[in-house]
Structures are given as structure tokens and as C-alpha cells.
Design a protein around this ligand. Structure first.
Ligand SMILES: [Zn+2]
Length: 162
């Protein structure tokens, strides 16, 4: 599966808070420092990350931030910022609303057949989940994501092969 290129940006009406699932593609294995968690070897492949956006600007602001690289407008803050820096955007799925679904979604992606937790506690500083990030050799079906998590697609994943 190749990195994702196509991207559609919703206008206005998704500005609220909610939960999101982010897909990132890491082309080559790489050792990365993840803030205070330490330094870890990340295998190449797909990563799924679960987060929630509850601050000003909600989902739109958060996903827009995740799309950008670190720089003057973006200092590393979340664990995922470090991984994002070396990976390719792979799409995002969102569920607007105040319901707290983050940990339930994290449990769901951890149960995917080839899911592995690369860094214990990644994205899960405030809860008891093993992690809010898993490594996968292939992404789950779009259908699984949309049905199982009950989310709407935000970005578009294209997979025309390597
Ligand atoms: Zn959690």
C-alpha cells in the first residue's frame, strides 16, 4: 500500500470537537525520540493513532495541525508530533461530538489482527490504555473503520500500489 495523496478538506461544518483516527505511513524504519517517553525503533509500515480534539477550533484545527510539519507554527507537543515528522499523511477519520470515545477506539485498534504496540503509553498519558498508537502492516478495510468505529471519512486514502 502506498502513501496517501488525495485530500479533501471539509468546509466549516466540521468545526466542532470530537474523536479522530489518524493513519500515518512510515516508509523506512527509524529510531525516534518521543518526548519524555524515550527513544524507540519504529518499524516501517502503517500507524493508526487515536486522539480527541476538545480545544478551540476542534477537529479542523487539530487535523490541520497534524498535517503540518514542525516549525514556527508548530512545536512538538503530543507524542504523535514526533512520529508525524517522519511519516506520510495517510488520511483521517472523524466522529464529531462530545462523547469520550478515544480509549474505546484505542482498544479496538489494539485488537486488530496484526496490530502491535511499539511504544507503551504512546498518546495515553492520561489513561490506562496500552497505547493510543498501533503499528500495522496493512490498514484495516475502510469498511471496518467506518462501521466498527462509526466514523465519517475526513481524508481520502488511495492505495494504487507501491
Ligand atoms: Zn486511553
Amino acid at each position: 500500500m502506498s502513501p496517501v495523496t488525495e485530500w479533501t478538506w471539509p468546509s466549516g461544518r466540521w468545526g466542532g470537537i470530537g474523536t479522530y483516527l489518524l493513519a500515518l505511513w512510515l516508509e523506512m524504519p527509524r529510531r525516534m525520540s518521543i518526548g519524555r517517553l524515550g527513544s524507540f525503533e519504529f518499524p516501517a509500515g502503517w500507524y493508526l493513532y487515536v486522539g480527541s480534539a476538545r480545544g478551540p477550533g476542534g477537529l479542523a484545527a487539530r487535523l490541520s495541525r497534524h498535517q503540518r510539519r514542525l516549525g514556527a507554527q508548530k512545536q512538538a507537543h503530543w507524542h504523535v508530533d514526533y512520529l508525524r515528522e517522519w511519516s506520510t499523511w495517510g488520511g483521517a477519520w472523524v466522529r464529531p461530538g462530545a462523547e469520550r470515545l478515544e480509549c474505546a477506539w484505542a482498544a479496538s485498534i489494539c485488537r486488530l489482527p496484526d496490530a502491535t504496540v511499539v511504544v507503551s503509553g504512546f498518546g495515553a498519558s492520561d489513561c490506562r490504555c496500552p497505547a493510543h498508537l498501533v503499528h500495522l502492516s496493512t490498514l484495516p478495510d475502510e469498511e471496518w473503520i467506518l462501521c466498527f468505529l462509526g466514523v465519517r471519512r475526513w481524508g481520502t486514502v488511495t492505495n494504487s500500489g507501491p
